[in-house]
Design a protein around this ligand. Structure first.
Ligand SMILES: Nc1ncnc2c1ncn2[C@@H]1O[C@H](COP(=O)(O)OP(=O)(O)OP(=O)(O)O)[C@@H](O)[C@H]1O
Length: 216
């Protein structure tokens, strides 16, 4: 599903990624761990095509994202990759449903179609009766589940998560981790999760450790 070879990236002449190789099979759930500053977020941003590498090749399915035009790349990202961040990054003025349907509206789906899908996802994510709540009226766990619904909206093949449970208490963290596994079970998505949570890392299919811009 994902194949990256010899990825390098420098900021201000400081090499942050020093030749990363990673391949991930469809339906795999892998964790990336490592100390602060190791380059985990930078790698995830590149895998999510939010940043360009300085060197290296990157393939997702049949596509080579960095060979696409700007417009094609935006479309690829919108349809193929779902993002979950540490801080949910929901828009405060929008309701839960309005936040969740954004990727579908950007893709050009009709609002009624997108809302139907969001409601199905909310039901799966245990977010019933939360449609019209603004983020401030949701608990931390609920906010993060709305962010997961948004990530799943366009049924992307790949979900990239950066410290998704970093802002949650133990109970909500465990629920979110279980949710990832049940999504994988039900929808077959591929997950790459940057985490400091050792429990999640230990139950992942694979745990990859980074230090100083490399896998060790
Ligand atoms: N946009 C940027 N400009 C300059 N330096 C950056 C930029 N993004 C990241 N860096 C630097 O790259 C290095 C790796 O950062 P990165 O966020 O990838 O690490 P990390 O492993 O995710 O750390 P953490 O666990 O603390 O989030 C750090 O030294 C950071 O300061």
């Amino acid at each position: 599903m994902i194949q990256a070879k010899n990825i390098t990236k420098a900021y201000d002449q400081v090499e942050v990624l020093k030749g990363i190789d990673i391949s991930v099979k469809e339906g795999e759930l892998i964790s990336i761990v490592g100390s602060s500053g190791a380059g985990k977020t930078t790698l995830l941003q590149i895998l999510g095509t939010l940043e360009h590498p300085d060197q290296g090749s990157y393939q997702v399915g049949e596509k080579f994202p960095f060979e696409l035009s700007q417009k094609q790349l935006a479309q690829f990202r919108n349809e193929s990759i779902g993002f979950v961040f540490q801080f949910h990054q929901l828009l405060p003025e929008f309701t839960a449903i309005e936040n969740a349907i954004l990727p579908a509206l950007i893709r050009g789906d009709q609002k009624s179609v997108a809302e139907k899908r969001a409601k199905e996802l909310f039901s799966f994510l245990n977010l019933r009766n939360r449609d019209d709540h603004k983020p401030s009226a949701l608990s931390g766990g609920e906010q993060q589940r709305v962010a997961v619904a948004r990530a799943l909206m366009n049924s992307p093949k790949v979900i990239l998560a950066d410290e998704p449970s970093g802002n949650l208490d133990t109970k909500n963290s465990e629920e979110l981790h279980q949710l990832f596994f049940s999504l994988r079970e039900n929808f077959g998505q591929t997950f790459i999760i940057v985490t400091h949570n050792t429990q999640l890392a230990d139950i992942s299919d694979r745990k990859l450790e980074m230090a100083d811009g490399r896998f060790i």
